[in-house]
Design a protein around this ligand. Structure first.
Ligand SMILES: Cc1ncc(COP(=O)(O)O)c(C=O)c1O
Length: 347
């Protein structure tokens, strides 16, 4: 398949914004080309200068950890930015459509609505796996993107690998596999499959296992053509210098991140085992993420009781297939103990 056939005509013809730093490459000591403050910045670092638009040093460091070449890596202001840019690059408003698989992460639908792109929903099966027949029936020649969240938010399960591979092989648009929670999963990432499928886009983020939600840094890995298009249409300096510097530092701390992942996974098991023993809990869904979907006897009342004790969880009880459920992020051991204690006292 040729990715160029999927790109919107106006994006194909777009002459992208050219930054001062795009126009000059080489060595120089006096930069009078970008109307920056030549005198300095109130902060110690080089914050008076615009950041590298392509974040090459940071991408190089990410590449060493992920094993994905720089030219197959896009960085966004959160993965939410990558999601929005995929719509803007590939979906003609009022004409094209995308497929989402609810219950799932809400931003796919919000981004579709912002971009005036038709959204086609194919519910997951009751076991939270893909309804392959329905998906096949729903695709038409204007379907540009399919969003598969694995592990899925809010259900917590990984999607069967063979099903994702079947879609990658047969679908003529882009398959976006959102791996925001992959570090907590038993299932392995699709990164190894990037060389096999030109239509695969993998989203990952620094907001979860890396503990950097405040920095707003998301990754998209894909074939060179898709990455080039995202880079062509992104705001020129979408990743600020502070984020680039701090993420670069954080990448040196991978052993700390791995320890947290191990601890979260152990706590996820302990919390799941303890929850299912409670009277008010009717079901605990297995999780491959850092949260657990829990069916309870009276979601609204339990939610309110938790709020009154200063504990906030996510009420998903009105979401199709999650009726009566709360989504609970795995906390620290102390937070989980406190949560369990409060829940034990609800009858
Ligand atoms: C499945 C999924 N994808 C993406 C995101 C957003 O990631 P980011 O913080 O990188 O925008 C979230 C956040 O909750 C998520 O659950």
């Amino acid at each position: 398949m040729d990715i160029n056939d999927l790109v919107r005509e106006n994006i194909k013809n777009l002459k992208p914004y050219s930054t001062a730093r795009d126009e000059f490459k080489g060595q120089a000591s006096v930069f009078l080309d970008a109307n920056e403050n030549s005198y300095g910045s109130p902060l110690p670092a080089n914050y008076n200068r615009y950041p590298d638009p392509l974040q090459l040093d940071l991408k190089d460091a990410i590449s060493k950890i992920k094993g994905v070449p720089i030219e197959n890596t896009f960085l966004g202001n959160g993965s939410d930015e990558a999601i929005d840019l995929l719509f803007r690059a590939f979906c003609n408003p009022g004409k094209d459509n995308v497929i989402v698989l609810p219950p799932t992460y809400g931003m796919y639908e919000v981004s579709a609505n912002i971009n005036d792109v038709e959204i086609r929903k194919v519910s997951l099966l009751p076991n939270f796996q893909l309804d392959m027949e329905k998906i096949a029936e729903t695709i038409d020649q204007n379907t540009k993107l399919i969003f598969i969240c694995s592990p899925n938010n809010p259900t917590g399960n990984s999607i069967n690998r063979e099903d994702i591979e079947t879609i990658l092989t047969n679908f003529k648009g882009l398959v976006v596999v959102d791996e925001a929670y992959i570090n907590y999963a038993r299932q392995k990432t699709f990164i190894q499959e990037l060389t096999e499928y030109a239509n695969l886009v993998i989203l990952q983020t620094f907001s979860k296992a890396w503990g950097l939600a405040a920095l707003r840094l998301g990754m998209a890995f894909s074939s060179r053509k898709v990455i080039d298009i995202l880079n062509k249409i992104k705001p020129p300096y979408n990743i600020n210098q502070a984020t680039q510097d701090l993420a670069f530092e954080a990448l040196k701390n991978i052993s700390q991140v791995n320890d947290w992942i191990k601890e979260s996974v152990a706590e996820r098991q302990r919390l799941s085992d303890a929850l299912i023993d409670l009277k008010i809990v009717t079901k605990v869904y297995p999780s491959d993420a850092n949260f657990i979907l829990v069916e309870v006897t009276n979601a609204l009342q339990i939610y309110d009781t938790l709020v009154n004790q200063g504990i906030i969880v996510r009420d998903r009880s009105k979401v199709t297939l999650c009726e009566g459920c709360l989504r609970i992020t795995v906390g620290t051991k102390e937070e989980n103990d406190y949560l369990l204690n409060v829940l034990k006292n609800i009858s």
